[in-house]
Write a protein that binds this ligand. Sequence first.
Ligand code: NAP
Length: 281
Amino acid sequence: MKILVTGFTGKVGLQVANYLNAKDIPIVCAVRNVEKAKAKFGDEYEYVNLDFSDSSTFDNALENVDRIFLMYPPGENLLFDTFLEKAKDKGIKHITYLSLKDVQFMPFIHHYKMEKLIKSSKIPYTFVRAGYFMQNLNDFLRKEIQERQRIFVPAGKGKTSFVDTRDLAEVSALSLIDEVKHRNQIYVITGNKALDFFEVANIMTEIIGVKIEYTNPSVKEFNNYMSEIGVEEGFVNVVVGVHMPTKLGLAKGIKHDYEKVTGKKPTNIGQYIMDFKENWI
Ligand SMILES: NC(=O)c1ccc[n+]([C@@H]2O[C@H](COP(=O)([O-])OP(=O)(O)OC[C@H]3O[C@@H](n4cnc5c(N)ncnc54)[C@H](OP(=O)(O)O)[C@@H]3O)[C@@H](O)[C@H]2O)c1
Protein backbone atom coordinates (compact mmCIF):
# COMPACT_ATOMS: atom_id res chain seq x y z
CA MET A 1 0.00 0.00 0.00
CA LYS A 2 1.22 3.51 -0.82
CA ILE A 3 -0.92 6.62 -0.63
CA LEU A 4 -0.58 9.82 -2.66
CA VAL A 5 -1.56 12.75 -0.43
CA THR A 6 -2.60 15.79 -2.44
CA GLY A 7 -2.94 19.27 -0.92
CA PHE A 8 -0.11 18.28 1.42
CA THR A 9 0.75 21.89 2.31
CA GLY A 10 -2.90 22.70 3.06
CA LYS A 11 -5.15 22.54 6.10
CA VAL A 12 -6.35 18.96 5.57
CA GLY A 13 -3.63 17.27 3.49
CA LEU A 14 -0.90 17.90 6.05
CA GLN A 15 -3.04 16.35 8.78
CA VAL A 16 -3.77 13.33 6.57
CA ALA A 17 -0.03 12.90 5.97
CA ASN A 18 0.73 13.25 9.68
CA TYR A 19 -1.90 10.70 10.64
CA LEU A 20 -0.66 8.17 8.09
CA ASN A 21 2.99 8.82 8.97
CA ALA A 22 2.29 8.19 12.63
CA LYS A 23 0.84 4.81 11.66
CA ASP A 24 3.86 4.02 9.44
CA ILE A 25 1.72 3.82 6.32
CA PRO A 26 3.83 4.57 3.21
CA ILE A 27 2.87 7.90 1.65
CA VAL A 28 4.10 10.29 -0.98
CA CYS A 29 3.20 13.95 -0.62
CA ALA A 30 2.11 15.79 -3.75
CA VAL A 31 3.29 19.39 -3.94
CA ARG A 32 3.75 21.98 -6.66
CA ASN A 33 7.22 22.89 -5.47
CA VAL A 34 9.30 20.07 -4.03
CA GLU A 35 12.24 22.28 -2.97
CA LYS A 36 9.95 24.68 -1.12
CA ALA A 37 8.16 21.80 0.61
CA LYS A 38 11.48 20.24 1.65
CA ALA A 39 12.65 23.54 3.08
CA LYS A 40 9.44 23.98 5.07
CA PHE A 41 8.54 20.43 6.10
CA GLY A 42 11.92 18.67 6.01
CA ASP A 43 13.06 15.28 4.81
CA GLU A 44 10.66 13.35 6.97
CA TYR A 45 8.31 13.06 3.98
CA GLU A 46 8.73 11.79 0.43
CA TYR A 47 7.62 14.38 -2.13
CA VAL A 48 6.47 14.32 -5.72
CA ASN A 49 5.65 17.19 -8.02
CA LEU A 50 1.94 17.46 -8.91
CA ASP A 51 0.09 20.40 -10.38
CA PHE A 52 -3.53 19.72 -11.33
CA SER A 53 -3.29 22.34 -14.05
CA ASP A 54 -0.27 20.62 -15.66
CA SER A 55 -1.00 17.12 -17.00
CA SER A 56 2.70 16.47 -17.62
CA THR A 57 3.07 16.01 -13.83
CA PHE A 58 0.38 13.31 -13.56
CA ASP A 59 2.19 10.12 -14.67
CA ASN A 60 5.06 10.51 -12.28
CA ALA A 61 2.81 11.46 -9.36
CA LEU A 62 0.71 8.34 -9.92
CA GLU A 63 3.71 6.01 -10.14
CA ASN A 64 3.94 3.33 -7.44
CA VAL A 65 0.87 4.45 -5.49
CA ASP A 66 -2.43 2.63 -5.20
CA ARG A 67 -4.61 5.06 -3.20
CA ILE A 68 -5.13 8.79 -3.27
CA PHE A 69 -6.26 11.41 -0.81
CA LEU A 70 -7.68 13.88 -3.28
CA MET A 71 -8.55 17.50 -2.64
CA TYR A 72 -9.72 20.26 -4.99
CA PRO A 73 -7.46 23.31 -4.77
CA PRO A 74 -8.24 26.90 -5.64
CA GLY A 75 -7.29 27.93 -9.18
CA GLU A 76 -8.27 27.70 -12.82
CA ASN A 77 -7.88 25.13 -15.57
CA LEU A 78 -7.62 22.13 -13.29
CA LEU A 79 -7.46 18.95 -15.35
CA PHE A 80 -9.21 16.48 -13.08
CA ASP A 81 -10.81 14.52 -15.92
CA THR A 82 -7.35 13.72 -17.32
CA PHE A 83 -5.99 13.05 -13.84
CA LEU A 84 -8.78 10.55 -13.11
CA GLU A 85 -8.37 8.82 -16.47
CA LYS A 86 -4.68 8.33 -15.71
CA ALA A 87 -5.48 7.17 -12.18
CA LYS A 88 -7.84 4.57 -13.63
CA ASP A 89 -5.21 3.43 -16.17
CA LYS A 90 -2.62 3.08 -13.42
CA GLY A 91 -4.96 0.83 -11.43
CA ILE A 92 -5.58 3.13 -8.47
CA LYS A 93 -7.66 1.11 -6.00
CA HIS A 94 -9.27 3.86 -3.97
CA ILE A 95 -9.78 7.62 -3.89
CA THR A 96 -10.84 9.47 -0.77
CA TYR A 97 -12.14 12.82 -1.92
CA LEU A 98 -12.47 15.87 0.33
CA SER A 99 -15.90 17.24 -0.51
CA LEU A 100 -18.41 19.58 1.04
CA LYS A 101 -21.39 19.08 3.33
CA ASP A 102 -24.73 19.55 1.51
CA VAL A 103 -23.01 19.28 -1.88
CA GLN A 104 -25.98 17.26 -3.18
CA PHE A 105 -28.03 20.48 -3.16
CA MET A 106 -25.38 22.50 -5.03
CA PRO A 107 -25.07 21.25 -8.63
CA PHE A 108 -23.31 24.49 -9.61
CA ILE A 109 -20.20 23.93 -7.49
CA HIS A 110 -17.07 22.00 -8.42
CA HIS A 111 -17.42 19.41 -5.63
CA TYR A 112 -20.74 18.25 -7.11
CA LYS A 113 -19.12 17.78 -10.50
CA MET A 114 -16.07 16.10 -8.96
CA GLU A 115 -18.13 13.54 -7.07
CA LYS A 116 -19.91 12.69 -10.33
CA LEU A 117 -16.61 12.47 -12.19
CA ILE A 118 -15.07 10.18 -9.58
CA LYS A 119 -18.15 7.93 -9.59
CA SER A 120 -18.10 7.71 -13.36
CA SER A 121 -14.39 6.76 -13.34
CA LYS A 122 -15.48 3.56 -11.51
CA ILE A 123 -12.55 3.92 -9.11
CA PRO A 124 -13.82 2.96 -5.64
CA TYR A 125 -14.18 6.05 -3.47
CA THR A 126 -15.01 7.56 -0.13
CA PHE A 127 -16.45 11.06 -0.09
CA VAL A 128 -15.66 13.04 3.03
CA ARG A 129 -18.20 15.86 2.96
CA ALA A 130 -16.85 18.45 5.34
CA GLY A 131 -18.53 21.11 7.44
CA TYR A 132 -16.96 24.52 8.00
CA PHE A 133 -13.31 24.22 9.02
CA MET A 134 -12.40 25.46 12.51
CA GLN A 135 -8.97 26.04 10.95
CA ASN A 136 -10.42 28.95 8.93
CA LEU A 137 -10.01 30.91 12.17
CA ASN A 138 -6.32 30.28 11.79
CA ASP A 139 -6.26 30.90 8.08
CA PHE A 140 -8.08 33.74 6.29
CA LEU A 141 -9.74 34.98 9.51
CA ARG A 142 -6.53 35.09 11.52
CA LYS A 143 -5.13 38.49 10.57
CA GLU A 144 -8.19 40.46 11.70
CA ILE A 145 -8.49 38.42 14.91
CA GLN A 146 -4.84 38.99 15.75
CA GLU A 147 -4.52 42.62 14.70
CA ARG A 148 -8.00 44.02 15.39
CA GLN A 149 -9.45 41.46 17.81
CA ARG A 150 -12.44 40.83 15.58
CA ILE A 151 -13.89 38.03 13.51
CA PHE A 152 -14.60 39.86 10.29
CA VAL A 153 -16.71 37.82 7.92
CA PRO A 154 -20.18 38.36 6.42
CA ALA A 155 -21.89 35.33 7.99
CA GLY A 156 -24.81 37.17 9.60
CA LYS A 157 -26.38 35.58 12.65
CA GLY A 158 -26.47 32.08 11.16
CA LYS A 159 -24.93 29.01 12.71
CA THR A 160 -22.50 26.71 10.95
CA SER A 161 -21.30 23.18 11.61
CA PHE A 162 -17.65 23.75 12.57
CA VAL A 163 -15.31 20.78 12.13
CA ASP A 164 -11.65 20.30 13.00
CA THR A 165 -9.54 19.38 9.96
CA ARG A 166 -7.72 16.87 12.18
CA ASP A 167 -11.03 14.96 12.44
CA LEU A 168 -11.50 15.15 8.67
CA ALA A 169 -7.98 13.85 8.21
CA GLU A 170 -8.56 10.97 10.59
CA VAL A 171 -11.68 9.78 8.77
CA SER A 172 -9.93 10.24 5.42
CA ALA A 173 -6.89 8.27 6.55
CA LEU A 174 -9.00 5.46 8.01
CA SER A 175 -10.92 5.17 4.75
CA LEU A 176 -7.64 4.87 2.82
CA ILE A 177 -6.15 2.30 5.18
CA ASP A 178 -9.24 0.06 5.23
CA GLU A 179 -10.58 0.87 1.79
CA VAL A 180 -12.75 -2.24 1.55
CA LYS A 181 -14.74 -1.25 4.64
CA HIS A 182 -15.19 2.32 3.41
CA ARG A 183 -15.69 1.57 -0.29
CA ASN A 184 -18.21 3.88 -1.96
CA GLN A 185 -19.27 5.43 1.32
CA ILE A 186 -20.22 9.05 1.87
CA TYR A 187 -19.46 10.54 5.26
CA VAL A 188 -20.65 13.94 6.39
CA ILE A 189 -18.15 15.13 8.96
CA THR A 190 -19.06 17.94 11.34
CA GLY A 191 -18.53 18.78 14.98
CA ASN A 192 -21.26 18.02 17.50
CA LYS A 193 -22.73 21.50 17.66
CA ALA A 194 -23.47 24.27 15.19
CA LEU A 195 -22.39 27.70 16.38
CA ASP A 196 -22.76 31.27 15.19
CA PHE A 197 -19.76 33.60 15.09
CA PHE A 198 -20.95 35.54 18.16
CA GLU A 199 -20.64 32.32 20.15
CA VAL A 200 -17.24 31.57 18.62
CA ALA A 201 -16.02 35.08 19.55
CA ASN A 202 -17.17 34.53 23.15
CA ILE A 203 -15.39 31.18 23.39
CA MET A 204 -12.22 32.71 21.94
CA THR A 205 -12.42 35.59 24.43
CA GLU A 206 -12.71 33.19 27.32
CA ILE A 207 -9.88 30.90 26.24
CA ILE A 208 -7.41 33.42 24.84
CA GLY A 209 -8.07 36.00 27.53
CA VAL A 210 -8.39 38.83 24.99
CA LYS A 211 -11.77 40.34 24.06
CA ILE A 212 -12.64 39.11 20.54
CA GLU A 213 -15.73 40.49 18.84
CA TYR A 214 -17.76 39.26 15.91
CA THR A 215 -18.68 42.47 14.12
CA ASN A 216 -21.17 40.88 11.69
CA PRO A 217 -20.32 43.05 8.66
CA SER A 218 -22.73 43.27 5.74
CA VAL A 219 -21.46 41.90 2.43
CA LYS A 220 -20.99 45.50 1.26
CA GLU A 221 -18.95 46.48 4.33
CA PHE A 222 -16.88 43.35 3.95
CA ASN A 223 -16.20 43.93 0.25
CA ASN A 224 -15.30 47.60 0.79
CA TYR A 225 -12.87 46.86 3.60
CA MET A 226 -11.22 43.98 1.75
CA SER A 227 -10.78 46.15 -1.32
CA GLU A 228 -9.31 48.96 0.86
CA ILE A 229 -6.67 46.62 2.29
CA GLY A 230 -5.91 45.25 -1.18
CA VAL A 231 -7.31 41.72 -0.99
CA GLU A 232 -7.86 40.26 -4.43
CA GLU A 233 -11.49 40.45 -5.60
CA GLY A 234 -11.74 36.80 -6.67
CA PHE A 235 -10.73 35.64 -3.20
CA VAL A 236 -13.16 38.05 -1.53
CA ASN A 237 -15.99 36.64 -3.66
CA VAL A 238 -15.06 33.10 -2.62
CA VAL A 239 -15.12 34.08 1.08
CA VAL A 240 -18.52 35.77 0.66
CA GLY A 241 -19.83 32.70 -1.19
CA VAL A 242 -18.55 30.28 1.46
CA HIS A 243 -20.41 32.19 4.20
CA MET A 244 -23.64 32.79 2.31
CA PRO A 245 -25.30 29.47 3.32
CA THR A 246 -24.50 30.34 6.97
CA LYS A 247 -26.00 33.81 6.58
CA LEU A 248 -29.11 32.26 5.07
CA GLY A 249 -29.43 29.76 7.92
CA LEU A 250 -28.66 26.76 5.70
CA ALA A 251 -25.37 25.57 7.22
CA LYS A 252 -26.37 24.46 10.69
CA GLY A 253 -26.97 20.74 10.08
CA ILE A 254 -25.00 18.32 12.24
CA LYS A 255 -24.22 14.70 11.40
CA HIS A 256 -22.62 12.04 13.54
CA ASP A 257 -20.59 10.16 10.94
CA TYR A 258 -17.29 11.00 12.67
CA GLU A 259 -18.42 9.10 15.73
CA LYS A 260 -19.76 6.23 13.60
CA VAL A 261 -16.40 5.85 11.84
CA THR A 262 -14.02 6.44 14.76
CA GLY A 263 -16.09 5.58 17.84
CA LYS A 264 -15.07 8.95 19.33
CA LYS A 265 -16.69 12.35 19.82
CA PRO A 266 -15.49 14.99 17.35
CA THR A 267 -13.20 17.77 18.55
CA ASN A 268 -15.15 20.69 19.97
CA ILE A 269 -14.27 24.26 19.18
CA GLY A 270 -13.09 25.00 22.72
CA GLN A 271 -10.46 22.27 22.40
CA TYR A 272 -9.42 23.54 18.98
CA ILE A 273 -9.01 27.13 20.26
CA MET A 274 -7.09 25.88 23.28
CA ASP A 275 -4.72 23.89 21.05
CA PHE A 276 -3.90 26.87 18.83
CA LYS A 277 -4.47 29.82 21.15
CA GLU A 278 -0.99 31.29 20.78
CA ASN A 279 -1.70 31.83 17.06
CA TRP A 280 -4.16 34.67 17.76
CA ILE A 281 -2.25 36.56 20.44
N1 NAP B 1 -12.48 25.92 4.35
C1 NAP B 1 -13.60 25.27 4.62
O1 NAP B 1 -14.33 25.60 5.57
C2 NAP B 1 -14.00 24.10 3.74
C3 NAP B 1 -15.13 23.35 4.07
C4 NAP B 1 -15.47 22.23 3.30
C5 NAP B 1 -14.69 21.89 2.21
N2 NAP B 1 -13.60 22.65 1.89
C6 NAP B 1 -12.78 22.27 0.72
O2 NAP B 1 -11.48 21.94 1.15
C7 NAP B 1 -10.59 22.15 0.06
C8 NAP B 1 -9.39 22.95 0.55
O3 NAP B 1 -8.65 22.15 1.43
P1 NAP B 1 -7.56 22.80 2.40
O4 NAP B 1 -8.23 23.91 3.15
O5 NAP B 1 -6.89 21.72 3.12
O6 NAP B 1 -6.56 23.45 1.36
P2 NAP B 1 -5.78 24.82 1.52
O7 NAP B 1 -5.30 24.95 2.94
O8 NAP B 1 -6.61 25.89 0.91
O9 NAP B 1 -4.51 24.56 0.62
C9 NAP B 1 -4.62 24.43 -0.77
C10 NAP B 1 -3.71 23.28 -1.20
O10 NAP B 1 -3.87 23.07 -2.61
C11 NAP B 1 -2.59 23.02 -3.21
N3 NAP B 1 -2.71 23.49 -4.58
C12 NAP B 1 -3.02 24.73 -5.00
N4 NAP B 1 -3.10 24.75 -6.35
C13 NAP B 1 -2.78 23.51 -6.79
C14 NAP B 1 -2.68 22.90 -8.06
N5 NAP B 1 -2.88 23.60 -9.20
N6 NAP B 1 -2.34 21.60 -8.13
C15 NAP B 1 -2.11 20.87 -7.02
N7 NAP B 1 -2.21 21.39 -5.77
C16 NAP B 1 -2.54 22.70 -5.65
C17 NAP B 1 -1.75 23.92 -2.35
O11 NAP B 1 -0.42 23.60 -2.54
P3 NAP B 1 0.72 24.68 -2.81
O12 NAP B 1 1.58 24.61 -1.58
O13 NAP B 1 1.40 24.19 -4.01
O14 NAP B 1 0.07 26.02 -3.00
C18 NAP B 1 -2.25 23.55 -0.95
O15 NAP B 1 -1.65 22.37 -0.50
C19 NAP B 1 -11.37 22.90 -1.02
O16 NAP B 1 -11.74 22.01 -2.03
C20 NAP B 1 -12.58 23.40 -0.25
O17 NAP B 1 -13.72 23.57 -1.07
C21 NAP B 1 -13.23 23.73 2.63
